[in-house]
Design a protein around this ligand. Structure first.
Ligand code: SAM
Ligand code: SF4
Length: 363
């Protein structure tokens, strides 16, 4: 296997075989991977971390993804939706505290009422924060018209994980009906690009039936789609989901964690200027998980600013952290943690993807 540095200098794409080699690596080879990714991040992005205040405003979902704790058929979940005022207040909290950007996330709902609800909220947030907040939506699959209306109302970015780029694996993870179609999800990503959103996707790592080859292809898929942002994290089982039946076939949590760090480092090498999130699921496995991800290539953290009384009801997986903290507790502890790893927070900055900005300049 050739020296990694050579590929970076030549700006050559790593092959699937080479990616698998690094995913399976240990010791010095892994260290070389992490050191290279870290250098690339510091070179292109610097030691700045941008925040996205995450508002999980509803756990009501029309879908039944086999892995997700808030899937429609999980009757043990107490369902909630924040009021318009609660959502706008959380956005104002983010604005006043220098977060620069927010993410509005929920289960997947699709109705004229839902489209109007989000549109109204986007306009209110825009008006009450002087249009200064960057707004990412993560509201699942919607029609082109809905995506367009939300963009015109003030959304800048959209996060829609493909979950896995292998259509056969996708099918194993979802019910077999049109609401859960790999091709529809892919089409949504293409539509979002066409509408000029900053587009983010991602995958779960350590899923049942998933191979290192699948993960290598996931990274090449993201590069081929020319995404602007990525949020990927370890799959963590949830007892009230169908996939829990496969819990004994999973990699140990620590291995899923290590594999996620390698995926982040490899993606940073493949796509030096995109925004990569250090996801909450990493923190569920290792309390310092997000800091470790920042040190090897990630540059975005999504502190949870959902009002604390709702957090216990948005349990996608077991041991989800920060379910009993107030938003400002999270902010102060994060500031200290980030300075301890010699990074700084880009306060009051939107932190748009450099990759997107370059893409725009070239069109
Ligand atoms: N409903 C929207 C969607 O699916 O795109 C947005 C919210 S959904 C809860 C956000 C992400 O949570 C999904 O894309 C999925 O990757 C992740 N997720 C769900 N269940 C998970 C689990 N058990 N472990 C890790 N991540 C999970
Ligand atoms: Fe719903 Fe998203 Fe969970 Fe699937 S992953 S069940 S769409 S909230």
């Amino acid at each position: 296997m050739s020296n990694l540095q050579q590929y970076i200098d030549l700006e050559t794409v790593l092959s699937a075989e080479e990616i698998v080699h690094f995913l399976n690596s240990e010791g010095d080879t892994t260290l070389q991977l992490f050191t290279t990714a870290r250098k690339i991040k510091l070179n292109y992005i610097g030691n700045v971390v941008h925040f996205r205040g995450l508002i999980e405003f509803s756990n009501i979902c029309r879908k039944n993804c086999y892995y997700c704790g808030i899937r429609k058929d999980n009757n043990a979940v107490q369902r909630y939706t924040l009021s318009e005022d609660e959502i706008v207040s959380a956005a104002q909290f983010a604005h006043q505290n220098g977060y620069g950007s927010i993410v509005l996330q929920s289960g997947e709902l699709a109705s004229p009422q839902f489209t109007d609800f989000i549109e109204r909220i986007l306009r209110k947030i825009h008006d009450t924060t002087n249009g200064q907040l960057g707004i990412t939506l993560s509201l699942g699959e919607q029609t082109e018209e809905t995506y367009l209306r939300w963009k015109q109302a003030g959304a800048h970015r959209y996060l829609l994980r493909i979950e896995t780029s292998n259509p056969a694996l996708y099918q194993q993870l979802h019910p077999n009906n049109p609401l859960h179609s790999f091709h529809s999800r892919l089409n949504c990503l293409l539509t979002l690009k066409k509408l000029d959103y900053q587009v983010g996707t991602g995958v779960m790592i350590g899923l049942p039936f998933q191979t290192p080859e699948d993960l290598a292809n996931d990274l090449l898929f993201m590069r081929q789609l020319d995404i602007d942002m990525c949020g990927m994290g370890p799959y963590i089982e949830h007892e009230q989901t169908p996939l829990y039946a496969y819990k004994d076939s999973l990699l140990p949590l620590q291995k899923r964690f290590d594999l996620t760090l390698k995926m982040i480092a490899l993606l940073r090498i493949l796509m030096p200027k995109i925004n990569i999130a250090a996801t909450t699921a990493l923190q569920a496995i290792d309390p310092l998980g997000r800091e470790k991800a920042i040190q090897i290539g990630a540059n975005i953290i999504m502190p949870n600013i959902t009002p604390s009384k709702y957090r216990q009801h948005y349990l996608l997986y077991e041991n989800k952290p920060c379910t009993d903290e107030n938003a400002d507790d999270c902010l102060s502890c994060l500031e200290a943690r980030i300075s301890m790893i010699n990074h700084r927070i880009g306060k009051n900055e939107r932190g748009d993807s450099l990759h997107y900005q370059q893409r725009k300049r070239n069109t």
